[in-house]
Design a protein around this ligand. Sequence first.
Ligand SMILES: [Zn+2]
Length: 137
Amino acid sequence: MGWAAFKVFQKVDCDVCHAAFVAHEPTDERYSHYTVARSNGGLTHPSQELLAAAKLAEPIIVSNTVTVHQTADVDLRATKQILEALSSCGFDFPTCHNVLYLVFKRYVRLRINQYASTITSNNTAMKKRQYGSKTAC
Ligand SMILES: [Zn+2]
């Protein structure tokens, strides 16, 4: 998640957005380890609220991985579902630069790719049956 924020804030220069999504110190052991690995030791750490949003998003991402080989835009659909869930749960991220969408689009794509590679290696037979002669990969 820190990696996704890091990539987005390479393009977005806004104090309001930055303050809402990025913390200067690691906020969570599990995620901060991942942040360091992904950003080559950079100082991008997700904020507490962004981490809370990521935890809320997790079951949505997982549920969308079930259909990952059936729809090409599964990451966009999952991102949309996550943003809807977050707004209905009262999260209050700034909207001036659409950073919430940008961060989650990257994050979801990353996570779905991780799941997809797992599914591909574990379940090639099922994939073949679904895809027939298509050269999807
Ligand atoms: Zn902004």
